[in-house]
Design a protein around this ligand. Structure first.
Ligand code: HEC
Ligand code: HEC
Ligand code: HEC
Ligand code: HEC
Ligand code: HEC
Ligand code: HEC
Ligand code: HEC
Ligand code: HEC
Ligand code: HEC
Ligand code: HEC
Length: 304
């Protein structure tokens, strides 16, 4: 009788140990991973160091099927002793990007971050999650290498724009591409983080929103009428040199244009009797170029 009680205690203890191990399959999974470790130690280690290898996070791959959550068919690969010609799922260049992303969307499909992935230019141009996220490296936040280097690696033209003299301080680490863009897609044109360009700019340059008593219509229409947002060789990221920028829309006949032709400013200038300006030119007088609340006609002309 006494011995029987011992056995019941023993069974109870086993049950307790069993329940305490994360879930019923965890032993099997760890077995899988150990099997891979022998031949792929670097991948094993980097995986364990990543957020996906954290046992404390429920739903992480290590609490799912370990390595074979993503590398399906891993078991068969082990059975046959590893090596080439075995159909373990890999993330090589030749593998269909949609299939690769599907491995991630299996868990992240519901993530808010990728809710608009289906409509992103990245997806439609054959970019996979794994072109940007590195599962096997202990990278900075978000399993990503230095973000701008990542983006520059495919967007070389944009890199050149940010090398220009006047640029948003991405290279200075004060902001990132993702301060303005969503790499996962969204409703904004060009995957910007807003419904319209001006809304994006107002996020950080709120003082430009107004309302102004006297609006300069190209400003309300689109900041990019005058600014090159990634960078430009003209001060203040202006898309054209001054006063050509203003003259590209404003008449040359009246007061504005004429003093500024290279001809008149040097040759005809002294005798033409016209108003002459130096330096910032038009802006010396029309300083409230984004809109003005100034009184009457001065306000109307954006003059101080
Ligand atoms: C007995 C050694 C061995 C074991 C165990 C092993 N592998 Fe491999 N694995 C290899 C070899 C060898 C290659 C081929 C490498 C090459 O192509 O250069 C390989 C290739 C791979 C590849 C790339 C396949 C491709 O098409 O490029 C993946 C992914 C992989 N293994 C995952 C795993 C996983 C996951 C496990 C555990 C479930 C595992 N391996 C267990 C030896 C092994
Ligand atoms: C969350 C999905 C995921 C899990 C889980 C995962 N891997 Fe990978 N694995 C990848 C991706 C993606 C790559 C491509 C390179 C990269 O992103 O770092 C890769 C690359 C590899 C490669 C090189 C062959 C290739 O496909 O490029 C091997 C070998 C490998 N993993 C083994 C393992 C082992 C062993 C484990 C478990 C310890 C594991 N992986 C767990 C996603 C995963
Ligand atoms: C088995 C489920 C599962 C799979 C498969 C999976 N993940 Fe995750 N992933 C998680 C969980 C859980 C977290 C941690 C909680 C969170 O951020 O959602 C996470 C976190 C992340 C993070 C955020 C890291 C951070 O520091 O905020 C990124 C990025 C990520 N995963 C990308 C991927 C990519 C790319 C793939 C495909 C190769 C993938 N995941 C496959 C479950 C998964
Ligand atoms: C073009 C590069 C790129 C692609 C492709 C990409 N991501 Fe990201 N992902 C990023 C960047 C950059 C961040 C960090 C900035 C941010 O939160 O927007 C990020 C962040 C994340 C995060 C963390 C979000 C958070 O709120 O912390 C998850 C999860 C994630 N990505 C999953 C995925 C999945 C799943 C896919 C594929 C369907 C994918 N990503 C495709 C660049 C990319
Ligand atoms: C200050 C905000 C801002 C930052 C920072 C920024 N962008 Fe942009 N980006 C924009 C706006 C605004 C557009 C243009 C939208 C339009 O034309 O309607 C744009 C357009 C683009 C385009 C499309 C270009 C085209 O001609 O179609 C690409 C590609 C791009 N950006 C990549 C990047 C990359 C890569 C980075 C980081 C190195 C970056 N952007 C940083 C705001 C920004
Ligand atoms: C693996 C290559 C690759 C990487 C990495 C990459 N992109 Fe792209 N991106 C593309 C391709 C391909 C397109 C579509 C063709 C194009 O517009 O150049 C694109 C398009 C874009 C566009 C224009 C969208 C539109 O509607 O025209 C923006 C903005 C953009 N990427 C931002 C980013 C940002 C921000 C990063 C870094 C987080 C990044 N990309 C990383 C390949 C990449
Ligand atoms: C995420 C925040 C952010 C967004 C969004 C943003 N900017 Fe900026 N902008 C900055 C920062 C930071 C600076 C640098 C300020 C400094 O160096 O003092 C800057 C500087 C500028 C400058 C002045 C450059 C100079 O030489 O002084 C202009 C012009 C500008 N931004 C225009 C825009 C336009 C146009 C948009 C919308 C397409 C925009 N910004 C969106 C943060 C932002
Ligand atoms: C009609 C052309 C034009 C348009 C459109 C325009 N800007 Fe400007 N912006 C300028 C000029 C010219 C300067 C240089 C002012 C100076 O040097 O004093 C400037 C300077 C700036 C500066 C830096 C100096 C400052 O005043 O803070 C920021 C930031 C800026 N603009 C943001 C914006 C935003 C945001 C929009 C859209 C809402 C916009 N701009 C639309 C012409 C324009
Ligand atoms: C993209 C075209 C465009 C650019 C560039 C532009 N403007 Fe304008 N500007 C306009 C339009 C359109 C109006 C409104 C004209 C109207 O209401 O008759 C206007 C109005 C004005 C007015 C008020 C005129 C009036 O009759 O009330 C002044 C002053 C002015 N702009 C100065 C400038 C200066 C200085 C620059 C250069 C920094 C500049 N503009 C750049 C399109 C532009
Ligand atoms: C010395 C100061 C000064 C400079 C420099 C200047 N303006 Fe003006 N501008 C004015 C004043 C003052 C008015 C208002 C005239 C009026 O109300 O009759 C005006 C009016 C205008 C108007 C309204 C239309 C008109 O003819 O009444 C436009 C457009 C304009 N300027 C554009 C420019 C441009 C473009 C430049 C640079 C090429 C420029 N201005 C340089 C002072 C200046």
């Amino acid at each position: 009788m006494r011995r029987f009680i011992y056995i019941r205690w023993f069974i109870f203890l086993i049950m307790l140990i069993f329940l305490h191990s994360n879930n019923a399959f965890s032993n099997v999974n760890r077995g899988d991973m150990e099997a891979c470790k022998g031949c792929h130690e670097d991948y094993y280690k980097s995986f364990l160091e990543s957020i996906h290898g954290k046992k404390s996070i429920s739903g992480s791959p290590i609490n799912n099927e370990g390595c074979v959550t993503c590398h399906t068919n891993g078991a068969m690969h082990v059975e046959k002793g590893g090596g080439k010609g075995v159909e373990v799922f890999s993330f090589g260049k030749k593998v269909d990007p949609e299939e690769k992303s599907a491995k991630c969307l299996f868990c992240h499909g519901e993530s808010k971050a990728v809710a608009f992935w289906e409509m992103s230019k990245h997806k439609s141009n054959g970019v996979a999650c794994t072109d940007c996220h590195y599962i096997h490296s202990k990278r900075e936040k978000g399993l990503i290498a230095k973000e701008r280097d990542l983006c520059y690696s495919c967007h070389k033209d944009i890199k050149m724009q940010f090398n220009k003299q006047s640029h948003h301080p991405v290279n200075e680490d004060k902001m990132k591409c993702s301060s303005c863009h969503t790499p996962h897609g969204g409703f904004g044109q060009k995957m910007i983080l807003a419904d319209a360009v001006n809304e994006l700019c107002y996020n950080c340059h709120a003082e430009k929103r107004g309302p102004f008593m006297y609006e300069h219509s190209p400003v309300e229409e689109n900041c990019l009428n005058c600014h090159s947002v990634h960078g430009s060789n003209h001060n203040r990221m202006l898309s054209k040199k001054q006063p050509l920028l203003c003259q590209s829309c404003h008449d040359w006949n009246l007061h504005p244009g004429t003093p500024y032709t290279s001809f008149e400013s040097f040759v005809g200038g002294a005798t033409s009797g016209k108003n002459r300006q130096i330096g910032r030119g038009c802006l010396n007088c029309h300083s409230n170029i984004h809109g003005s609340n100034g009184p009457s006609t001065r306000g109307l002309r954006f003059v101080r």
